[in-house]
Design a protein around this ligand. Structure first.
Ligand SMILES: [Zn+2]
Length: 129
């Protein structure tokens, strides 16, 4: 039987499992980030695929994330939106949200909450050799 882990609706558009770290299923979501994504989804009236939300330190290392990545505290998400006009609409919307920063990274958009830092104990230091 398929696990229903984190199959919990967060809104009309998003489910908790979309934001989980795929290695363990653990999940954290910053409320400001989530509100921005949910408002964006409604504004562009188009599907947003979350390709990375919360990351454990191990998963962050596995995907080559920065050691202080806000994915480590659930305050960043990577999004894929297609076609281009809906993607551009999402960028334009998110740029008008003062609390978040949106970066066009080419194959996805990285959105993070401004002004946050990752506590030292959560920084994903490289594994010991
Ligand atoms: Zn990212």
């Amino acid at each position: 039987m398929k696990s229903h882990r984190n199959l919990v609706p967060l809104s009309e558009y998003f489910s908790l499992d979309e934001f989980e770290s795929p290695d363990t299923g653990q999940v954290m979501i910053d409320g400001v980030l989530f509100a921005a994504l949910d408002d964006c989804r409604r504004a562009i009236a188009w599907r947003i695929e979350v390709t990375s939300g919360y990351r454990t330190a191990a998963h962050n290392r596995a995907v080559g994330g920065k050691p202080h990545s806000l994915h480590l505290i659930g305050a960043a998400a990577d999004l894929v939106i297609s076609p281009a006009d809906r993607r551009d609409a999402a960028i334009a919307f998110l740029r008008r949200v003062p609390a978040v920063l949106v970066m066009d990274v080419g194959d996805h958009l990285h959105v993070e909450v401004r002004g946050l830092g990752v506590p030292a104990e959560l920084v994903a230091v490289p594994a010991e050799a």
